[in-house]
Design a protein around this ligand. Structure first.
Ligand code: NAP
Length: 291
């Protein structure tokens, strides 16, 4: 395992900021790159970086670089980084989708040490102000090694990620994107559709009353609908085929579920008891996935 002295983070928002806050005081020299100078100034004022810039050149001597920009500029950012970083540098990202990024990296003429990443933690908020040192504690963190990376690189990056309190899961990028459609992108899409349905319900008076009465159940079910629209759009559009496949399967499942509701009451209660028990076993009281 290689020694890691300096770590750079590109994109100092919810995810990049949380990585920096989680690694603060852990013995690394931390560098930040953002789009706006104000973000760099804020990160410096909060002492979560010791140097920062709006230019990528500042990360040229980093041992590990986390790319935490919006999804649609990750490939361009990686492309630029491989020209300026040292050969031993490990480049990783945090994008919610892995297939397209890994295809790009693995088709690169000259292989470089890239390991795709996706921390399975987040909120509906964006920006440095929303970041937290504890965001990744107890969270799964997917890693998708590229052809140019080796086991030593994986151990080196893994040792840093573990310091954030996350648990590493190695996955195939294509399988990851299918799974992410099921547990992240379809729920986002449904949350938006649910809010929209209630808001545009055919009986306007009932719709208005419902929105006025809505409490924690509706709030929990529609939390994702208030997520960062730019990120939501990127996830849904770029994972469109997997999301549509998942939604079509859900529609079929809903038909069956509706029939069960209309049918025998005892059978229906058994079904929802099983669902409730499986769902309860999945998360700890503090909300962490314990599967
Ligand atoms: P965010 O809060 O909106 O932060 C994005 C950051 O990227 C901002 O600090 C912005 O800088 C910076 N940025 C934008 N364009 C840039 C550029 N051209 N060069 C350098 N920096 C640039 O987004 P986020 O939620 O942290 O998401 C970042 C990545 O993590 C995305 O790829 C997303 O898929 C992934 N992710 C998100 C979540 C989640 O729940 N949000 C969970 C897991 C993974 P300024 O502040 O200067 O504008």
């Amino acid at each position: 395992m290689a020694e890691v002295k300096s770590i750079a983070v590109i994109g100092l928002g919810l995810i990049g900021g949380s990585i920096l806050k989680g690694l603060k005081n852990k013995g690394y020299e931390l560098t930040g790159v953002a789009r706006r100078k104000e973000t760099i100034n804020q990160a410096l004022a909060e002492s979560i970086i010791c140097r920062g810039s709006t230019s990528l050149d500042i990360v040229s001597d980093a041992d590990i670089i986390f790319v935490c920009t919006p999804i649609n500029i990750i490939i361009d950012t990686i492309s630029a980084l491989k020209q300026i970083t040292k050969p031993k540098a490990i480049i990783t990202d945090t994008a919610s989708l892995k297939g397209r990024i890994m295809d790009f990296v693995d088709s690169s003429e000259k292989p470089f040490r890239f390991i795709g990443g996706h921390p399975m933690a987040g909120t509906e908020n964006k920006g440095l102000d929303s970041s937290s040192e504890k965001l990744f504690e107890g969270a799964k963190w997917v890693l998708t090694p590229s052809k140019g990376s080796n086991n030593d690189d994986l151990q080196t990056l893994g040792s840093v990620i573990k310091k954030l309190g996350a648990e590493i899961v190695i996955a195939d990028p294509v399988q990851h994107d299918k799974a992410a459609a099921l547990i992240s992108h379809m729920p986002l899409f449904l949350s938006q559709a649910l809010f929209d349905t209630v808001n545009n319900y055919s009986d306007k008076d009932v719709s208005e009353l419902a929105l006025k009465l809505a409490a924690s159940g509706f709030r929990d079910m529609t939390r994702l609908a208030s997520a960062n629209p730019e990120l939501s759009k990127d996830m849904l559009v770029q994972n469109k085929s997997n999301v549509i496949k998942a939604v079509n399967e859900l529609k079929k499942h809903l038909d069956g579920f509706e029939k069960e509701l209309a049918g025998n009451e005892e059978d229906f209660i058994k079904t929802i008891e099983t669902i409730a028990s499986l769902r309860k076993k999945m998360y700890s009281p503090d909300g962490k996935n314990i599967l």
